[in-house]
Ligand binder design. Structure first.
Ligand code: PHE
Length: 505
């Protein structure tokens, strides 16, 4: 028997937490690089298409599943169909991998916030990041720890696990009430400063100029869907977990639209900020933007410090930039870590204290053993690709297929419509169906491309293998859990207490 679980304190509390989950490293660290790599302005078209036809509909599906069943993802899927429980455990494995490296990137951002005060990266930011900071020597040396990063990463985990111990209202909700307004102020200042820099227009032109010739490439479409899934935190059960703490009468549709647009606006704003600053650099150095943009860590931890060295007031902007990266990251990390916590609590009847001790602490230890080492950044790249490039998209596809295959979509729409302002119906079904078809095609073409690449000696095959290894292991974990737990019924929960009459929702 497990006791009645907590609910969000207010509607605003849930919206802030869902937005806090969505707005994260993906918006500032991932989006600008992806958009640029995938054809600038031309990327925005598949991106918008994916947002409207896949992002918002799937967000609604996950909200509805969570609110309806009021349990973590594996228990939700099991209630839909017993063998489907594995989808939930597979998503847990994805969350586990994601949390371990996500925390590491937050630790980098925090370290760089400190360096920014004195521009401690010196005048060779590339050598500093790769050599002095990460100590990456190119050879795979596990257990060669970078103690300063290790110490900061310990701090990140202590903070996140403490928030977990606080529960929903006094932990997650409170943290987001602090993080989101803080982030808006910090980032707002950066964008205003950025667009007024000399050369900003050059940067924005590079960002928005569409390369239409590339619009037909499967890679670009997968890139757009992957960015939407990652950025909206869907496909991994995060939104199922968060909405399982909603009251049964909470409104869902306007919440989903608000969160989705808040997230994409922030993402575009981050792109504008980052590219204005790149434009400044390109004018100063009389170099085309092309050579300045790296993907992933490159822009934030290498290009930015280089620019900040040149920029009047660079130290100040640097502190704001890296601090906002860290703050945005923390509120998302909370929502990643909560997936396994909620799942295990609801499936095995554990208390929060027990899950933090027996699940949270081991997660922190894995993260600490892998990422603050000389291999840290290669591992971040490899796991990021398996998780963000494929994992979430496949996870979301599985949820959609399950809803169709079990014929549950209609009843789920009815469940959502019970309280929703915008009614779910044929358009919703059509969008989910279309998403399933597109994702299947795009994933097939991409895997085919990867297999073809394997015969190309120019391509680094180890990364492909690490990717498939990590991806495969996560799926196997889901299958194993399904078999082990097949006969074990879900724990029974105590009857809900009547909600107080004077509720504002
Ligand atoms: N949405 C987060 C970001 O943009 C990452 C995330 C993905 C969080 C999946 C939770 C689940 O950085």
């Amino acid at each position: 028997m497990i006791t009645q679980r907590e609910t969000w304190g207010t509607r605003a509390g849930f919206i802030l937490a869902a937005a806090g989950s969505a707005i994260g490293l993906g918006n500032i660290w991932r989006f600008p690089g992806e958009a640029y790599e995938f054809g600038g302005g031309a990327f925005l078209l598949p991106y918008l298409f994916a947002l409207l036809t896949a992002g918002i509909p799937l967000l609604l599906l996950e909200y509805t599943l969570g609110r309806k069943h009021q349990v973590g993802p594996p228990s939700v899927y099991r209630q839909i169909s017993k063998p489907a429980e594995g989808i939930g455990w597979w998503q847990n494995a994805i969350a586990f991998c994601l949390s371990t490296f996500y925390a590491a990137v937050i630790a980098w951002a925090l370290s760089y916030t400190y360096f920014a005060f004195s521009r401690g990266w010196g005048d060779q930011p590339v050598d500093f990041f790769v050599g002095d900071f990460l100590g990456a020597g190119g050879n795979l040396d596990f257990f060669e720890f970078r103690w300063p990063i290790f110490a900061v990463l310990v701090g990140v985990w202590v903070l996140v696990l403490t928030i977990m111990l606080g529960g929903i209202r006094r932990g997650v909700e409170l943290a987001n009430r602090i993080c989101i307004p803080l982030l808006m102020v910090l980032f707002g200042i950066i964008v205003v400063r950025a667009v007024t820099l000399e050369g900003a227009t050059e940067g924005l032109n590079a960002f928005f100029t569409p390369e239409w010739s590339r619009i037909g490439e499967a890679e670009i479409w997968l890139g757009a869907y992957a960015q939407i899934f990652f950025s909206l935190s869907i496909g991994m059960g995060t939104m199922i977990a968060y909405s399982s703490y909603l009251k049964k009468k909470s409104e869902l549709s306007t919440t989903a639209v608000t969160v989705a647009f808040a997230n994409s606006s922030f993402e575009l704003l981050a792109g504008i900020g980052v590219f204005s600053i790149l434009g400044f650099m390109s004018v100063q150095a009389a170099q085309p933007i092309d050579g300045l943009v790296g993907t992933g860590g490159g822009v934030a931890f290498i290009t930015f410090p280089t620019i900040l060295n040149e920029m009047p007031g660079g130290a100040f902007i640097g502190v704001l930039f890296f601090a906002s990266l860290a703050v945005a990251g923390i509120s998302s990390l909370i929502s990643i870590v909560i997936v396994p916590m909620t799942s295990v609590e609801d499936r095995f009847g554990w208390s929060r204290k027990k899950t933090v001790a027996y699940l949270g602490v081991p997660m922190a230890i894995v993260s600490l053993l892998i990422y603050p080492t000389a291999n840290g950044s290669s591992m971040v790249d490899a796991v990021d690709f398996a998780v963000s490039g494929y994992g979430l998209v496949l996870g979301g596809l599985a949820t959609i297929i399950l809803a169709f295959a079990t014929g549950k979509l209609k009843s789920l729409a009815a469940e959502a419509n019970r309280t929703s302002v915008l009614k779910l119906g044929n358009v919703w079904y059509a969008c989910l169906g279309l998403t399933a078809v597109i994702l299947t095609i795009v994933l097939f073409l991409n895997v085919k491309g990867q297999i073809e690449d394997l015969s190309d000696p120019e391509v680094a095959n180890e990364l492909v293998y690490i990717n498939w290894g990590v991806g495969g292991a996560m799926i196997v974990f889901g299958l194993v859990m399904t078999v082990i737990l097949y006969k074990r019924p879900l724990p029974v929960r105590e009857e809900a207490e009547p909600e107080p009459a004077l509720d504002t929702e």
